[in-house]
Design a protein around this ligand. Structure first.
Ligand code: G3I
Length: 303
């Protein structure tokens, strides 16, 4: 096949990108989007500061624009994200009472998931809950500090009730190298959830890589998580300087793991990237395919 999405589909996988609602009117952007990608993640529009800027007052306009676009163009959606310590409005981060925060968190999950019920392939239910560095523990956040370790389980159970048809993912960065404490912390949580019947279907590996690309152990990490009985997904891929070898190796790691369901890059053109100074994406600022594009297309054919 001659596009990323169609090539990925030949092995039953998807190839997606992050999308900003404000760019859908740009024809260079939307032409590439609709030609190459069959999965979409809203880059910011489903985050708490946009969807519930004040308590009980929901704003789905920007995300609805993206979902409508996806439906009109046969693209599936990843929902990103329900519970995250960033892009969190001050009215949430200031809550100190556990019963209040639990009910606010559960209501947020339920309301957002209900609005998009049946339209989302997979939700990042909890994003970036683990600390950087060597602790292997949860990071500090209002959810962790007020509700304790159980907030993640609570979020997943609530999410399952809200939309039983959506896959429920835990999503994080710097969990690609198998021996890292952060990777081990997440692995231990997923193993525990599976053993106790806490609903979790997938783990998202953000895959924001430096110029060296993925760690040598990346495929091992993906297959070890998959062996716990969850899908694995590459959810926010970008690689500083976008080396062809580095992109090719990343895609091959996914292709070699049958439960690696698909890959999402975190933006279309370099100029769309949150780290645009690194030129980390598959299209240049003019929308031309970069060398890494061909490496990805050919690696997607290796399955
Ligand atoms: O929309 C406002 C605009 O009104 C305002 O004038 C402007 C001034 O700063 O800010 C705009 O909001 C920015 C928003 O992107 C939309 O462009 C925020 O400042 C900016 O912080 C925000 O950055 C996003 C970042 O998450 C926030 O943490 C990036 O676009 C987005 O790519 C990035 O994505 C995250 C994933 O969600 C989770 N994993 C890491 C990844 C990269 O940081």
């Amino acid at each position: 096949a001659s596009t990323l999405g169609a090539q990925a589909a030949q092995s039953g996988r998807y190839f997606g990108t992050a999308v900003a609602a404000g760019k859908l009117g740009n024809s260079t952007y939307s032409t590439i989007l609709d030609r190459e990608f069959n999965m979409i993640t809203p880059e910011n529009e489903m985050k708490w500061d946009t969807t519930e800027p004040s308590r009980g007052s929901f704003n789905f306009g920007p995300a609805d624009q993206i979902v409508s676009h996806a439906q009109a163009h046969g693209q599936r959606m990843r929902g990103h994200t329900l519970v995250w310590y960033q892009q969190l409005p001050g009215w949430v981060s200031g809550i100190g009472d556990a019963n209040t925060l639990r009910s606010v968190m559960d209501n947020h999950i339920t309301s957002v998931m209900n609005h998009y019920k049946g339209k989302i392939y997979a939700w990042d239910v909890v994003n970036e809950a683990f600390a950087d560095g060597g602790s292997g523990q949860h990071r500090s956040s209002v959810f962790q500090n007020v509700l304790g370790n159980g907030f993640i389980e609570e979020a997943f159970r609530t999410a399952r009730s809200a939309d039983p048809s959506a896959k429920l993912c835990y999503n994080d960065y710097n969990i690609e190298n198998w021996s890292d404490a952060k990777t081990q912390g997440v692995y231990t949580m997923v193993r525990d959830f599976k053993s106790r019947g806490v609903p979790i279907d997938c783990v998202g590996f953000q895959s924001h890589f430096g110029s060296n690309g993925p760690p040598a152990s990346f495929q091992t990490t993906l297959s070890n998580f998959a062996a716990l009985g969850v899908d694995v997904q590459l959810t926010e891929l970008d690689i500083a300087q976008a080396g062809s070898t580095q992109y090719g190796n990343t895609v091959k790691a996914c292709m070699n793991v049958s439960r690696c369901a698909g890959i999402t890059v975190w933006g279309i053109r370099d100029s769309d990237s949150w780290r645009s100074g690194d030129n980390p994406l598959l299209f240049d600022g003019n929308g031309n395919k970069k060398a890494a594009y061909s490496a990805v297309l050919s690696a997607l054919g290796s399955g």
